[in-house]
Design a protein around this ligand. Structure first.
Ligand code: ATP
Length: 444
């Protein structure tokens, strides 16, 4: 993980937030390549769950919601983690359930100083603030701890305009906030993060089948984008782990550097959410079939993923070190669809008309795909930089280019170099990009 963190800082993917003030714990800012990478992750999610389906629509709900939402959803009462504090030297705070997993059933001790621990108390993870100039009970609002509730409260709006009937789903990407007791592991667990959530509404009897269908579809999404299948697994929750509303939940787990950890949760939530919001709002939240007159409260299958966790997983899985001609090379073997930059155009030397020619090629290519022009420093250093940000192809303009209008096209993974005519370059890169969709990345 330290290597990933260092690479992220060195190459401008992710920075510590407010670093000049000493940093704000477990809060991160995305730099240029991080923004592009995460936005590609989100773009591929939109493509898979909305663009390529007939049964999904998109939504972007506000972060601030009516406080009654959180009463109805159960978050006000129950969105808590058990907090214990070290009574010994270090006074650190821990999640009791995490310590229990690590230390078993006996008496728990502080993992840092071995001190005794306080009795657990339930700590609510919602961030609270006030709306308007008066800070009283009536102005209390919360930063949403999940995007899902914005979907449930819009169920009726969507049903009215979208001309959909169950099974259909609503997809949303947005920020969520949780005052986590023990954030950490870089962007794996932060207090402000982005979720990619689907609420899929189905006739009650069909929920178990859809639960299976979504597990399969979501697993496939990660592997098609290059995650090694043996670094991915589905873990079904034990009955004692299930939330009160869930009849079945499975986590898609990824083998992060700290071990197998949740990447995405898929839950069969029954009619809990719509029934709760109907009861608290007085609105009927049900589906009425206009042909048969049948009415029912749809059941919900929820695939809920983290955009930051997914981005981290894609980076971890893509990270590779190898020796090439006696030198160490660090390379991010990102799937070309996810790579922030698809092609770098590099003049071999900074003279003889090569920079101008390279720049012209770059200007032509960037209209078709994210491209970068780099004329600074030795060619080796420039390749190393592109390898570290995961650019799948490099185009080098050299003396031969000036004679026969061809360039060298270098492949990031195989390091194979081929000569391509400038006229065909755009088409050749588009062809390779399309082909990458069908072939998983070469494993690192
Ligand atoms: P965990 O058990 O890791 O706390 P959770 O089960 O509470 O996670 P969910 O409520 O199911 O998580 O949230 C869905 C997804 O949102 C998670 O799979 C994860 O990808 C992402 N997520 C949740 N909490 C965080 C966080 N603090 N930082 C980054 N991503 C998060």
């Amino acid at each position: 993980m330290e290597k990933i963190v260092a690479l992220c800082k060195r190459r401008g993917f992710i920075f510590q937030s407010s670093e000049i003030y000493g940093g704000l714990a477990s809060t991160y800012d995305y730099g240029h390549y991080g923004v592009l990478l995460k936005s590609n992750v989100k773009g591929e999610w939109w493509r898979a769950v909305v663009q390529e389906r007939d049964d999904m629509v998109a939504l972007d709900a506000a972060i601030l919601m009516h406080p009654k939402t959180w009463e109805a959803s159960g978050h006000l009462e129950g969105f808590t983690d058990p907090l214990v504090q070290c009574l010994g030297e270090c006074k650190r705070r821990w999640r009791e359930d995490h310590l229990r997993d690590e230390q078993g059933d006996g008496e728990l001790r502080c993992p840092v100083c071995g001190g005794e621990l306080s009795e657990p108390r339930q700590f609510n993870l919602m961030f609270e603030t006030h709306m308007g100039p008066v800070e009283d009970e009536g102005s209390r609002v919360f930063l949403r701890p999940e995007t899902a509730q914005g979907i449930f409260v819009n169920f009726k709006n969507v049903l009215q305009f979208a001309r959909k009937r169950p099974p259909f789903g609503i997809a949303q990407i947005g920020k969520a906030f949780r005052n986590e007791i023990t954030p950490g592991n870089f962007v794996f667990r932060t207090r402000e993060f982005e979720q990619m959530e689907i609420e899929f509404f189905v006739p009650p009897n069909d929920a178990p089948d859809w639960y299976g269908t979504w597990m399969e579809a979501r697993m496939r999404w990660y592997t098609e984008l290059g995650i090694r299948p043996d670094h991915l697994r589905l873990r079904e929750h034990r009955p004692d782990e299930l939330s009160h509303y869930s009849s079945a939940t499975s986590d898609i787990e990824y083998l992060f550097p700290m071990g197998w950890s949740e990447l995405e949760g898929i839950a069969n939530r029954g009619d809990f959410d719509l029934a709760q919001h109907a009861a608290h709002s007085g609105e009927k939240l049900e589906y009425v079939d206009s042909a048969t007159g049948e009415r029912y409260v749809p059941h919900v299958v929820e695939p809920s993923a983290g955009a930051d966790r997914a981005t981290l997983a894609f980076m971890v899985d893509a990270y590779d070190e190898e020796e090439v001609e006696g030198r160490q090379r660090v390379v991010l073997r990102l799937h070309p669809r996810l790579a922030p930059v698809k092609v770098a155009v590099l003049p071999l030397v900074n003279k003889d008309g090569q920079p101008e020619r390279a720049r012209a090629i770059y200007e032509e290519l960037r209209g078709r795909m994210p491209a970068e022009y780099d004329a600074g420093g030795s060619i080796g250093k420039r390749y190393r930089r592109q390898d570290e940000i995961g650019t799948p192809w490099g185009v080098t303009v050299d003396h031969q280019t000036m004679e026969d209008a061809t360039v060298t096209l270098r492949d990031r993974d195989s390091l194979e170099q081929s000569r391509v005519a400038i006229d065909c370059l755009g088409d050749e890169l588009a062809r390779r990009l399309a082909a990458s969709w069908l072939t998983p990345k070469t494993s690192g």
